[in-house]
Design a binder for this molecule. Sequence first.
Ligand code: ZN
Length: 327
Amino acid sequence: MPILSRRAAVGGLLAGGAVAVAGWRAEAQVARRQVVATTGMIADVLRQVGGNRIEVRGLMAAGVDPHSYRQTRSDIALMTRADLVAWHGLYLEAQMESFLETLGKRKPVVALGEAVPKADRLAHDEYADRFDPHVWMDPRLWRHVALAARDALARLDPAGTETYAANAARHIGELDALATYADRVLASVPATRRILVTAHDAFNYFGRAHGYAVQGIQGISTESEAGLKRVQELVDLLVQKQITAVFIETSVADRNVRALIEGAASRGQKVVIGGELFSDAMGADGTYEGTYIGMIDHNATVVARALGGEAPERGMSGRLSTPVVIR
Ligand code: ZN
């Protein structure tokens, strides 16, 4: 009996130890909160602000169009397990909206893009009661999103409040530097050449921030097809304004842009593809362009160089990795 008791006691100790270790492990996992983000830009801002305290999974990879993206079964599983789900909102993820609204009744779901104040938003071209969702195109507006990420993470993990505040402040400093760089290189383009023609209307905030006229072949959403009439209008514009470069987008098929170039050529106006812009999706994971800062640096640098302005070939930080001008 005494031996048995002793064994029981030792067993009890061991079991207690095992429970303690398992408890510690569970705690370590809980401490690194699981966050799921829809677009790459939303995933990036959460990584910037969350640092090591959170683990972020982005649903939409490089080149994916958020206007038409619908959640997959594995996305649903990830979102169901996550501690926090963050999306852009402003009707960007049109096909995911009802799913996310339903999910929001059961767990924290936050639309970070909607932190941009209404007074700073642009109207939508098709819906009177909606706004243009492409707010990330102006890095000065993106600070609101960084602050909303800070607040959402602090609500989820109050112990990290100070870390999130410090990270958000640092990132906002980087956003300010980015905005200053974009202002400078885009202002170096001669005023008469500040016309940006792209595959869809993702650049209205860019246009407002930097004083560019912007024309998309498709509208604010990629859902509606561009008509022949719209292509013809833009060919007229290219010829009239002597525009020599138009831009393709990584998340939109380029056939409409090529139709413009052919249309202009048939009227004696040589137009080239000025480069590939990151409109609604960032570059590949692990590249500089796969970060928000890299994406906007790339766009500003490519546009400035293609339209006759001055910008360093490798961008603000010397890290641009893709060819900046496609001739
Ligand atoms: Zn778009």
